[in-house]
Design a protein around this ligand. Structure first.
Ligand code: ADP
Ligand code: MG
Length: 255
């Protein structure tokens, strides 16, 4: 790794995802507390924090899988749409990769990747197929295109899930603990695909506790605890010199 954080940061563009004063409750639980976060074009932000701190809810809120009560979220300066075609377009623009892959099990790998572009983006089947094969090749599973998800390993399925999101030409990609359901020997093959994607200039918000990935690929680490952003810093600074007691405690447990 020769690229420094400084050169990566200088390549960052305009604010892409902007959360200002976002608050959300689940009943009495204040799950997102006054969240302010700006992610710039090309930036890779790693979100870490203890279980239950609100990381998944943050991702789901950005994708509008969850509503929120106050504050605003904009993508390229536009408020998140609430319904209809605009919401479907938002979901295509904001790709999301989950812990549990979420592939369609009764569809082939190829169909998993072509479905969205055909239905939502209006691509012709032949064009969607060509693009899908290109993406499957990029994540190293093109030879599995005609198989079904259950015939693939977890690592391969997660790489298909990444290809499926990329097929929609997203402006930003959200990853919610993409490797935490994988057997250890499959973690790196997924992280390698994500690292390549990060270096290709994709804007990414990644919830993960994989410190190696954060150090290699992240511009910034955001530490959440109890629904709030407690600390943010470059990976180098955050991991070697955490400021808050909560971050120190957390790193003490996972490192
Ligand atoms: P993390 O991803 O950091 O582990 P989550 O965002 O999943 O945290 O959850 C944050 C808190 O919100 C937890 O206390 C969790 O139990 C609660 N929570 C998450 N989803 C719901 C829901 N749909 N209804 C009620 N409480 C929820
Ligand atoms: Mg979570």
């Amino acid at each position: 790794m020769t690229e420094t954080t400084a050169t990566r940061s200088s390549a960052l563009g305009q604010p892409l995802v902007v959360l200002s004063g976002v608050n959300k409750h689940f009943g009495d639980l204040h799950v997102l507390k006054d969240i302010n976060l700006t992610v710039r074009e090309g930036e890779v932000v790693v979100v870490i924090g203890p279980s239950g701190s609100g990381k998944s809810t943050l991702c789901r809120t950005i994708n509008r899988l969850e509503t929120f009560e106050s504050g605003s979220i904009t993508i390229h300066g536009t408020e998140l749409p609430k319904e209809g075609k605009a919401l479907a377009k938002l979901r295509a623009d904001v790709g999301m990769v989950f812990q549990s892959f979420n592939l369609f099990h009764h569809k082939t790998i190829l169909d998993n990747v072509t479905m969205g572009p055909i239905k939502v983006r209006g691509l012709k089947p032949a064009a969607a197929k060509e693009r899908a094969m290109e993406l499957l090749k990029r994540v190293g599973v093109d030879h599995q295109a005609h198989k079904y998800p259950a015939q693939l390993s977890g690592g391969q399925q997660q790489r298909v899930a990444i290809a499926r999101s990329l097929a929609m030409d997203p402006t930003v990609m959200l990853f919610d603990e993409p490797t935490s359901a994988l057997d250890p020997e499959m973690i790196n093959e997924v992280l390698d695909v994500m690292t390549t994607l990060a270096h290709s200039g994709m804007t990414m918000i990644v919830v993960t506790h994989e410190m190696g990935f954060a150090r290699k690929a992240a511009d910034r680490v955001v530490f959440m605890s109890d629904g709030a952003i407690v600390e943010e810093n470059t990976p180098e600074e955050f991991f070697t010199n955490p400021q808050s007691t909560r971050a120190k405690d957390f790193l003490g447990k996972i490192l």
